[in-house]
Design a protein around this ligand. Structure first.
Ligand code: ATP
Ligand code: MG
Length: 414
């Protein structure tokens, strides 16, 4: 017996409706926000993520599934969706479309992490990316899209926002951070000690308790924002306020990935343990240029489907019921089974779900089976029914029976 790889999950026949529900909810939100779906390959050239996610990130440093293919190229299973979306945008010349270009995706993502609740090695993201607008309105719209998605699913989360400024304000802030962390360096984890040199901002994102403690009284980026970044942030907040969307400003949100600038945000829950962020996003005005396109602002988010599912299950959020079989048609012998087959096929072609026996069961056993399937209606075809051209359709929820002509079954069920 060969087992499933560590950190991956099967979706079973009686659980897939939950996935479909989350995906349909995502698609519904995408539709009203006028976002068009994009699909990118499961793997990309490794270089894309090194440049697009950033060499100082955990994702690139420690978590990527990278291998050489038979042609000697370095390939990586995508650890997130944004870099691929940006590549797609540049490579397909979408910069010549009317702006902004508003996209969404549902994608698997792969990260070599220590598996735990809400942290897998293959997981899935619903993400949106909006290219070509630097207005704070777009930031607010993207945040509202995430909020609408979470609301529709019925999950309760808290929105935390921050601005990490632009290159100019961040350079100054990084200096201040270094000054602050300098004296604590010996108490911090090894990763943070290397972050100190490469990208001190990233220290604020550390998950280690000892480092978290130290970051508590670190200087706040908000105090270092330049005028432009500060106005932008005020604009975003004003729109959220106007619509009554509650949030807190958390100056310690920096996001894990290198390409962010200005607005960053997370939707977090305390009901799923340490892995509390179900959705994270932000503005990444530098990414398109970093990947070789003409400079173009962009903003997006990604929500983790498995974490959402965990949150929904842990907090007792109801999923809609799994779709049941509409009608089960039982036969008794070769002739009546053939008729059951014929009727079921016709109904299926007309879009009604129908089921029959596949295992030569007795009528009694078929009733049991129909019950297990949760069939809403059950009908038995015997010799008499073949002669009269009519069957009794039993409504399983109230037990009533109705005689229906073979040709009228579809109408009756509709
Ligand atoms: P974390 O801080 O939890 O590691 P992250 O900053 O690495 O998250 P992002 O790269 O922003 O996460 O990914 C967006 C979302 O994808 C996260 O908010 C989370 O819901 C989900 N996610 C990220 N990594 C995993 C994982 N290993 N397993 C399951 N879901 C994940
Ligand atoms: Mg992570």
């Amino acid at each position: 017996m060969i087992n499933i790889p560590k950190g991956t999950k099967d979706v079973l026949p009686d659980g897939s409706y939950k996935w479909q529900y989350i995906e349909e909810t995502a698609r519904g939100v995408a539709r009203v926000f006028n976002l068009s779906e994009i699909r990118t390959p499961t793997f990309e050239y490794t270089e894309l993520f090194k440049r697009g996610v950033g060499e100082s990130t955990d994702v690139v440093n420690k978590e990527m599934y990278t291998f050489e293919d038979k042609g000697g190229r370095s390939i990586t299973l995508k650890p997130e969706g944004t870099a691929s979306a940006a590549r797609l945008f540049i490579e397909n010349g979408l910069a010549s479309s009317p702006m902004p270009v508003k996209t969404f995706y549902i994608t698997p993502a792969f990260r070599y992490e220590r598996p735990q609740a809400g942290r897998l090695r293959e997981f899935h993201q619903f993400g949106i990316e909006v290219f070509g607008s630097d207005s704070y309105q777009t930031d607010a719209e993207v945040i509202f899209a995430a909020s609408a998605f979470l609301d529709k699913l019925g999950v309760k989360t808290k929105l935390e926002i921050n601005s990490i400024g632009c290159k100019v304000c961040r350079a100054e802030y990084n200096r201040a951070l270094k000054e602050y962390f300098k004296s604590n360096l010996s108490q911090m984890c090894e990763t943070c000690r290397s972050r100190f040199e490469k990208n001190p901002l990233r220290i604020l994102d550390c998950k280690e308790e000892r480092c978290k403690k130290i970051t508590v009284s670190a200087p706040s980026i908000i105090d270092f924002l330049c005028e432009d970044c500060s106005e932008h942030f005020e604009g975003v907040k004003a729109l959220l306020d106007n619509q009554g969307l509650e949030y807190t400003v958390n100056p310690r949100i920096v996001r894990g990935l290198d390409y962010y600038s200005k607005t960053v945000f997370e939707f977090v829950s305390d009901a799923i343990g340490a892995q509390g962020t179900v959705c994270g996003g932000g503005r990444y005005d530098g990414l398109i240029a970093e990947l070789g396109g003409s400079p173009l602002p962009a903003i997006g988010f990604a929500a983790g489907v498995e974490r959402l599912m965990l949150l929904m299950e842990n907090t007792g959020v109801k999923f809609p019921e799994k779709q049941k079989v509409r009608i089960y048609i039982a036969g008794m012998d070769e002739k009546t089974r053939a008729k059951a087959f014929e009727i079921a096929t016709e109904l299926r072609l007309k879009g009604i779900s129908a089921e029959i026996d596949h295992l030569n069961r007795s009528v009694k056993a078929q009733f049991k089976y129909a019950d297990k399937l949760g069939a809403e209606y059950v009908a038995v075809i015997g010799e008499n029914e073949l002669l009269s051209g009519e069957i009794n359709i039993k409504n399983m929820s109230d037990g009533t029976q109705t005689a229906v002509k073979f040709g009228q079954i579809e109408t009756y069920l509709k």
